[in-house]
Design a protein around this ligand. Structure first.
Ligand code: UN1
Length: 503
């Protein structure tokens, strides 16, 4: 069975229409597993983008009037339908993004989890009642939908990141337009198709609820500039986020940016080294180093450096690399040749600077075109050069440190601020790391790696990571506008600040 026929079968199994496009401008989608063709997807042209936004805008006018728990029912149905098709959806992610099956299943689980969270949230969209300084007055905060929320998602989490945004945005009363990565349009078509089916199953008109825009950055740029798109939630590179952020600012539009990360972990002398090895390998080599939360810099106390680094090198030497569909594989392919080239360039650069480079070469080639590498460990005597740049590939830079405060400084030296971790059994170190003078990242963990966050917490980071927060906690507030209401239930009109204005 070819990959392309597996794709046809997956769509048939989940009950979403899909036919290869015969359009001359169709996007050819190839699998990173062996480079073969998965399908051809029609791109959305400019007038179709405008029509899609218009449908979403129109649908938002009535969706906002549905009681939030009713909106939650649509998201509950979405979560249920995704659960029902969990393995087919995971198979699709593996084919299109090259993730190993375990991680693809984890990603689908993340979709299910956020739907459950959003269902609960649909009964908890509450504001404050605030004491008024005036007699017979009260202050309220009420929260209202924004309208159309635009979502830009990346190839590496082709389902979960959309779902974080979609589930929250929809229970908050918004409708969606979604521009997925050009590398993963099939996953997007499948998931969006299921979302619309779920809406219909609860008796909601699906048209305009979530419109898919397939295409390149121009499609994204039109969406970002459109006055009826009230919030743009974008996940991807810092370069993309900078463009989106500036465009949104120039239209006084909200943006929620979840961009790159140059995440680090500190391993202190008291750390449990078995746990460190497992945590580091999952965070640094898992997903072939292609998570925004991937561990890229490791600061190891000099006293344990010569014990830990060889243990990591041994673990890396034994990593099973290959077809992500094989249950034994832990490291699948890089997404494409560009990503491979960026990795090789970074490794060349550090080699020239005299660093010790373990692994990083191409390991196998499956089919006509595929990029499987053995994840690399690079020993750097101090933090410098490419180490301060995010290369979206499995390179782990390891640097010794002497003083804990110095290690925190190195953690904070990166221009990104997404995720960070400390491995320690020393309570003081753990507390300092998570305190105001500790890690400056949006995520600061103790005794676990930098990746693999649960949906219950707010997800996102500082500095060049963009500052946005998605997923759990009170991230829902980004998808609503806040109104402050002052209610006078008396029969006189006292003015605030004691102002007298008698007529
Ligand atoms: C991303 O790589 O864009 O914490 C998101 C994690 C996942 C999400 C990563 N839950 O690694």
């Amino acid at each position: 069975m070819t990959h392309a026929s597996t794709i046809q079968k997956i769509f048939k199994d989940i009950g979403v229409d899909y036919r290869d496009s015969t359009d001359s401008n169709a996007l050819a989608v190839h699998t990173p597993i062996d480079g073969s063709l998965l399908g051809r997807v029609k791109c959305t042209n400019q007038s179709e983008v405008a029509a899609a936004i218009a449908r979403a805008h129109l649908r938002a006018q009535s969706w906002r009037n549905e009681p939030a728990p009713r909106r939650g029912a649509a998201i509950r149905a979405f979560g249920e339908i995704v659960r029902q098709h969990k393995s087919s959806l995971a198979q699709l992610i593996t084919l299109e993004a090259g993730k190993i099956t375990q991680e693809s299943l984890g990603e689908v689980q993340e979709v299910i989890d956020i739907c459950e969270f959003a269902l609960g949230l649909s009964r908890q969209l509450y504001g404050l009642t605030i004491a008024s300084e005036r007699a017979d007055h009260k202050l309220l905060e009420t929260w209202h939908p924004l309208g159309v929320v635009g979502i830009v998602s990346a190839f590496n989490f082709p389902m979960a990141v959309f779902a974080w945004n979609a589930a929250l945005a929809m229970v908050c009363g918004n409708t969606l337009v979604w521009k997925p990565s050009e590398k993963t349009p099939l996953t997007a078509m499948a998931l969006n198709g299921l979302l619309l089916k779920a809406c219909a199953s609860e008796g909601f008109e699906p048209l305009g609820m979530s419109e898919l825009l397939i295409g390149d950055r121009e499609v994204g740029a039109t969406m970002v500039a459109h006055p009826n798109v009230k919030l743009v939630s974008a996940t991807g590179s810092t370069a993309m986020g900078r463009e989106v952020g500036i465009a949104c600012a120039s239209h006084f539009k909200r943006s929620l940016l979840e961009l790159g990360g140059n995440n680090s972990a500190i391993v202190t002398p008291t750390a449990n080294l078995d746990l460190v090895v497992r945590g580091v390998v999952f965070s640094a080599a898992g997903t072939a180093g292609q998570r925004c939360t991937t561990l890229r810099r490791l600061f190891v106390h000099r006293s344990i450096y010569s014990k830990l680094v060889p243990a990591l090198v041994r673990a890396y030497a034994g990593l099973p690399i290959g077809d992500p569909r094989d249950p034994g594989t832990l490291v699948g392919p890089l997404i494409d040749e560009r990503s491979f080239a960026a990795m090789q360039t970074a490794l060349e650069q550090v080699k020239q600077s005299g660093a010790t480079v373990h692994f990083g070469a191409r390991e196998i080639v499956l089919g006509e075109s595929s990029f499987y590498v053995r994840p690399s460990i690079v020993e750097m005597p101090e933090q410098s050069g490419p180490m301060l740049k995010e290369t979206f590939a499995p390179i782990l830079y390891v640097t010794p440190y002497d003083d804990f405060e110095q290690a925190i400084e190195m953690n904070n030296e990166a221009s990104h601020g997404l995720s960070s971790a400390v491995f320690t059994q020393d309570l003081r170190e753990a507390e300092i790391f998570t305190s105001a003078r500790g890690s400056d990242c949006g995520i600061a963990n103790v005794n676990i790696g930098t990746s693999g966050a649960e949906i219950g917490g707010a997800f996102g980071g500082e500095k060049e990571t963009g500052g946005g927060r998605e997923s759990g906690s009170d991230a829902w507030k980004a998808y609503m506008r806040r109104a402050t209401n002052t209610i006078n239930y008396g029969s006189s009109l006292p003015l605030a600040q004691g102002i007298k204005f008698e007529i």
